[in-house]
Unconditional design. Sequence first.
Length: 558
Amino acid sequence: MAVGGGAGTGRVGCRWAVLLLLSTFFALWPLLGAAQPLQVGRDFLIAGAATAEQAPLRACSAEALARMRPAIEIAAPEGGWSGAPQGVGVFNVFAGEVMIFHGDRQVCGDMQDARTRDSRFRAGVGLVVVPKQGTVEPIRVAWESPLKPRWIPTVHLAAPSPLQQQDTLRLVVRTACVAIALALALSALMGFATTRGRDFLIYTLVCGLLVVWQAVLSGLSGYPEPWLPVDGHAPVWMVSVSALSYAVMGWVLWRMCGGRRVLRGSRPWMRGLMVVLALVALAAPFMPWPLLAWMAVALDDFFTLICMTSVGIAIVALRRRNFQALDGLVAVIPLLVMALADLMDNRLLVEFRVEAIQVSVTWFLMMAAYSLNRSLSQLRQQRDEMRELADTDTLTGLPNRRAGLRQLDHYLREAKAGGLPLSIGFLDIDLFKQINDNYGHDGGDQVLISVANTLLTGVRSRSDVIRMGGEEFLILLPGIGADAARPRLEQLREKLTVQARGLKHEGLVVTASIGLAELQYRDNDVAGLLRRADNAMYQAKRSGRDQVVDARDIREVP
């Protein structure tokens, strides 16, 4: 025994020694290979290739210069420029080109085509210049006439690094809003594929339209390359897409705020409004510039009116205890606050107008998705409640015949698949007509309820006791053979007689006849099993009632 133990210990020691050597080898391997030259594909990767393409900075064309307003001048600080790099960013230009120039440096950029802009600026048109120390030559900035009077550009002068960080933050907010809208659209599309609900498809289309609107508004339609044909037609796109967006947003707000109930008969008006806005969208490409500019302002003012009306409708709906209107109220408040801030020329809104609009629209889409999903949950709950009512006996609360037969069929298939026993008891209350005659239908109902409650004490699940109709009940005993089921049914038969005495009806005696049947190998459906239990129950009645009869003890009646 000692020798065997020593050999085993030696083998274990060898294994540990091998593991230690391997660990040391792999630990030292990087050091052993440090002297080797780096190889492409093994130690690093090189992507891309050399190019002869020049930087995207370009000068403005004569046509663009003719459309621009006189340039503004950013004066040098007192004492002249410091000689440090100066970053200039121009944001919130929704149409046309922007020119920034100083000395011999000039850039002309279009928000709808990122290829025309300095790659260091993604959310606006920017330029980094290095004025000579002590010089006072101003930096000049020019842009085309804004589409809307209050939608003015924001010119930001700062050190290049902070300015580029702010520019990147703006881009992150804009792309995040579009990404959220796309995710909501995809989720709704999957919901439509699952439920075939029309509201999911409508919501998907709404998300898609607002994605296009945000892309045109923020310039993402031209990033990194133009993927929408906006080139040179940004004002038309703004008016057309805004009209369609306001139409669908107004419709959704009207529904979410409870407009169908508060303003009865308003549905035709809402449909007419959507048609008018759709016609405006279609007519936008044919409008002259003055009419296009007027229509852009009119659409904004009209949408402000829609938001204010939606708030009023939601308040009325809430006073009528329609709490679903709270979703619409929460959805519209950011839009209304932004619209009112616009009317007051709020400086913060002017500076971050694009981001404010996109965040408000994204919040609107999220609340609409929440309201849609909650409505779907309520519909499912109502459907489940209706199904439960359709499958439940209203007097006893037990499953009715249809639900009971479905449950029995489920147990039968499980028993056949798993080779398990299954027994049922078919119960009929003895002389129930006399009970109704002597104690009235109220007394008969009390007996039925008492019997139902008693039978539930002998089964594992409420769905295992079924009221088949009248005074007949079915007791399901899955996983139990007839030999074990019979004493349980006997106990229930005796117990229901005792429980009925608590009804305190003088002279009332409740008994029951029960037919017991067990699943047999030749049973392919519930019909044969039910027939044997029913025959056994009638045999119990013919034999004097108040007893349990096993179907195996009688000759089956075809």
